[in-house]
Design a protein around this ligand. Sequence first.
Ligand code: NAD
Length: 299
Amino acid sequence: MKIAFIGLGNMGTPMATNLVNAGHQVVVFDLVESAIQTLKTAGAQSASSAAEAARGAEVIVSMLPAGAHVKGLYLGQENQPGLLDALDGKPLIIDASTIAPEDARLVAETARERGLSYLDAPVSGGVGGAKAGTLTFIVGGDEAGFEQAKPVLEAMGKNVFHAGESGAGQVAKICNNMLLSILMSGTAEALALGVKNGLDPAVLSEIMKQSSGGNWALNVYNPWPGVMENAPASNDYQGGFLVDLMTKDLGLAWQMALESKAAVPMGSQARNLYVQHAAQGNGRLDFSSIQRFYRAGEE
Ligand code: NAD
């Protein structure tokens, strides 16, 4: 298939690479030239704008930071027309970014008015899952679009869920990330408590993994440097999932909770922790760097 891929960051780069490796003809665009070069080396074609990348595409995949970027791309901004008004054919549009459900519904509705199908398909699994092609896609949109998207998504992921109508993928993803932030901060808190009381973080991690405290953050993404070789914690918290992005997702959870009058005391606590951590200059670090918050003042 001819696929346009827009947004080649920590996630988009390995996802687009997997589409190339699956034999698709992939045309890429990002605002950062070096990201485009990486994909060219991997076998993709480059474009000098999103509209150029989308020319003749059967499918468009976007992987952008936040709702403002997604709305800017598809609906346009400041006298610049959106991609929805610059398309020559009727490609299926799949946005894999994590954004507010109402932003996804707005783009989906605008696409529908133009006879186009737009799916929100946020992902879970992190950069490791993106590289390994084992992401979980959580899709919102109509059944026909979902069925059409499945083979493309399966080239980048292992599990593909249809959560419901437009926006439903985002709702599920936001609930998941609120839980993840609680699990990561809880894991960091427990490790710091154990270490302050004389335990080796690797030994404590192994014990908790085999005990009732085991969870994804502890089992595959340990936040203590040196415990897990491939985790961002062992690479100075570089790469991975940025604190700024987790803070964004917790803001989305908070917004959803306000609108639906849902009580989220744990999510609110995690959001406060992450906002404070970001405000201390850690926004560009991986989100497991919340461990440093608990280690402040260490000798
Ligand atoms: P990132 O910041 O690393 O990458 C975003 C990329 O989009 C950048 O390369 C940027 O230059 C590009 N971009 C921005 N606006 C653009 C535009 N108008 N046209 C073309 N390119 C544009 O972010 P990421 O970590 O890859 O995350 C992307 C999305 O996936 C976010 O919504 C995030 O919440 C979500 N997500 C990330 C992870 C993770 O582990 N990193 C996991 C799950 C979901």
